[in-house]
Design a protein around this ligand. Structure first.
Ligand SMILES: Nc1ncnc2c1ncn2[C@@H]1O[C@H](COP(=O)(O)OP(=O)(O)OP(=O)(O)O)[C@@H](O)[C@H]1O
Ligand SMILES: [Mg+2]
Length: 383
């Protein structure tokens, strides 16, 4: 899949912007704070309906506007689809080919992206919720059923936690309702475990080799740290263990008003030679681990979906030495569309620059290097 065009209306620091993109390499150059990341963010939002930055929906809307619209055309082999998102007053609406899609889970997994952004380093260093979110985004883009199960699980979890709190307050000893919720939780947990095991098994088949090629270090593995301490997917074992845990933890859970075991507590550990990379790896190596993971993600996408997602790289090359940069760009095959931002074109390999379409970004305005062909911009026009 390839992004053919992108339109922004009152998004971040852009009033109105229309861009036509190259199916190959696209490089956005500009000084700090001019709006390069905002362009990648808009593409990310069009893919995943949420920003990868902190903040609310309203933070995405240009300061002097009340609504924002982002729109893109995506080329697949032989056909094109239009995606659109309207943002206003903390509400988002998503459309495919002008038709509103009410369930976000039905929208995601159509137009897919893989990113490497500066805050992706939090995948190693941040809290477990960041890694669960990563799992959800990546598996969700591959299989949209997965997100339906995650949503179902989250609703059940809320119901279960509310009921535990009620049990704590009124001391009700009728646990039949809780048993029914537990059964439902087990059913949907099995689906989520299945996807997570399968996905991690597939990623692990790829990541060690990728990491060896870019960093010359072998034995990188992602370990699935789940609260049931399972080594592999085993339906009956998961069922038994989960029910047993619910029983064993009941008084503690009632006291705390929350569910202590389950996929909502899962985590991932990146290990080099069996040692946790968070503790062991240098800052540069941690960055390379994340890049190796993202490249593995690209390769897995191709294997499962038979095409690559669009690759978004936000200023990634500046902190990586030349040799490793070269190792990384070997993975940018001709059938991958890559969108890169940078402060300095010298940070990007010449071979990439030669092939690339270059855009100059200046305070909410984008020009193509060598002309203004394909760039149309009108300022201060409200929706
Ligand atoms: N809702 C908004 N309305 C108007 N402007 C905004 C909004 N949100 C952010 N901005 C502006 O967007 C600019 C930041 O854009 P962006 O993060 O894309 O910069 P950048 O070009 O990636 O910079 P750097 O090279 O430092 O990463 C800032 O000047 C900020 O004030
Ligand atoms: Mg930036």
């Amino acid at each position: 899949m390839r992004l053919k065009s992108l339109k922004l209306f009152n998004f971040r620091n852009y009033s109105e912007l229309t861009l036509d993109l190259s199916p190959g390499i696209n490089i956005f150059i500009g000084d700090n704070g001019v709006g390069k990341t905002n362009i990648l963010e808009a593409i990310y939002v069009l893919s995943l309906t949420k920003s990868n930055r902190y903040g609310t929906i309203n933070d995405l809307i240009k300061h002097d506007a009340i609504t924002s619209k982002i729109n893109c055309l995506v080329d697949y082999d032989g056909y094109t689809k239009e995606y659109e998102i309207m943002l206003s007053d903390q509400v988002k609406k998503v459309y495919i080919n002008k038709q509103e899609i009410k369930k976000i889970a039905n929208y995601i997994s159509n137009f897919c992206v893989t990113t490497f952004m500066p805050n992706d380093i939090d995948i190693i260093r941040g809290t477990p919720s960041i890694r669960r979110n990563l799992l959800n985004i990546q598996i969700g883009q591959l299989y949209n059923n997965y997100l339906k199960y995650v949503n179902e699980y989250n609703s059940l979890l809320k119901i279960r936690n509310d009921y535990l709190k009620r049990l704590n307050i009124n001391g009700n000893t009728d646990l039949r309702y809780l048993d029914i919720i537990n059964q439902k939780m087990v059913e949907v947990s099995l689906k989520i475990y299945y996807f997570r095991y399968f996905y991690l098994e597939e990623i692990n088949k790829i990541i060690s080799q990728v990491f060896k090629k870019i960093a010359n270090i072998s034995n990188l593995k992602i370990e699935y740290a789940n609260s049931l301490n399972l080594d592999s997917y085993d339906e009956n074992l998961i069922k038994d263990k989960l029910i047993l845990r619910y029983k064993k933890n009941l008084s503690k859970e009632i006291m705390q008003g929350m569910t202590l075991t389950g996929v909502h507590r899962d985590d991932l550990i990146f290990k080099i030679d069996g040692i946790d990379a968070r503790i062991y790896a240098s800052e540069g190596q941690q960055r390379l681990i994340v890049i190796a993971y993202k490249i593995s993600e690209l390769l897995l996408f191709k294997k499962i979906k038979k095409e690559y997602p669009v690759l978004l790289l936000d200023d990634v090359f500046s902190e990586i030495d030349l040799k490793k940069r070269n190792n990384i760009i070997k993975y940018f095959k001709d059938d991958i569309q890559v969108i890169i931002t940078t402060n300095d074109i010298n940070d990007i390999d010449k071979k990439l620059v030669e092939k690339a379409k270059i855009y100059l970004v200046k305070n909410g305005n984008v020009k193509i290097k060598g002309g203004v062909k394909n760039v149309r911009r009108k300022s201060n026009k409200s929706l």
